[in-house]
Design a protein around this ligand. Structure first.
Ligand SMILES: Cc1cc2nc3c(=O)[nH]c(=O)nc-3n(C[C@H](O)[C@H](O)[C@H](O)COP(=O)(O)O)c2cc1C
Length: 176
């Protein structure tokens, strides 16, 4: 299967990044074709709400979102990973999600996974996880698993936690 992993953290080798990589390791071992997109490396402007995409199917803004839309459409499986910022997803992730508008009707029918991280326990990450899961479900996707990178703050703190194994096993279990 074609898997697209999108990481919304601005920190390279941060906790979301490390969990993504574990998920990807599992998915690759199971024979899936995986692509990872780090939003920190992309230029994505916020949606302007001009609704031109409703008429033309494409966005008037020419930036890195076009490539992400094509890859998201082609994927069988989507992974959204985001740190928790003020209780919900990072700004980078939200800006990317708003820019899904041109293809919002063409992104359903996929298996989906969510990774959330944060210094809080699960209660504090719940809104972030639920927001991401509900957005995927509204697109028509089936959220198979949420991976909770809880109680991690500094870069790398997630190493050695059970979330790392859960991410690996989730990737390995794709399609099962
Ligand atoms: C602007 C900002 C807001 C944050 N807000 C929260 C929060 O509301 N809840 C929480 O648990 N952690 C919060 N954190 C901590 C991060 O979620 C945590 O460090 C996480 O591991 C970052 O993920 P990363 O390592 O993938 O970058 C915040 C961090 C920043 C920079």
């Amino acid at each position: 299967m074609k898997v697209l992993a999108i990481n919304g953290s601005p920190r390279a080798k941060g906790n979301s990044d490390l969990l993504c990589d574990e998920f990807i390791r599992g998915a690759q071992e199971a024979g899936h074709q995986v692509e990872k997109i780090s939003l920190r490396e992309k230029e994505i402007a916020p949606c302007r709400a001009c609704y031109a995409c409703f008429r033309t199917g494409t966005c008037v803004q020419k930036d890195d979102m076009a490539e992400i839309l094509d890859k998201a459409e082609a994927a069988d499986v989507l992974l959204l990973a985001s740190p928790t910022y003020f209780l919900t997803m990072s700004g980078q992730m939200k800006v990317m999600i708003d820019r899904l508008l041109p293809k919002w009707q063409g992104l359903g029918g996929k298996d989906a996974y969510v990774i959330v991280t944060g210094h809080d326990g699960r209660g504090g990450l719940k809104r972030n996880a639920e927001d991401l899961a509900q957005i995927l479900e509204n697109l028509g996707d089936r959220v198979r698993q949420i991976i909770w990178g809880e109680r991690v703050w500094q870069k790398g703190e997630v190493i050695g936690t059970k979330a790392m194994e859960e991410a690996y096993l989730a990737g390995k279990g794709i399609g099962k």
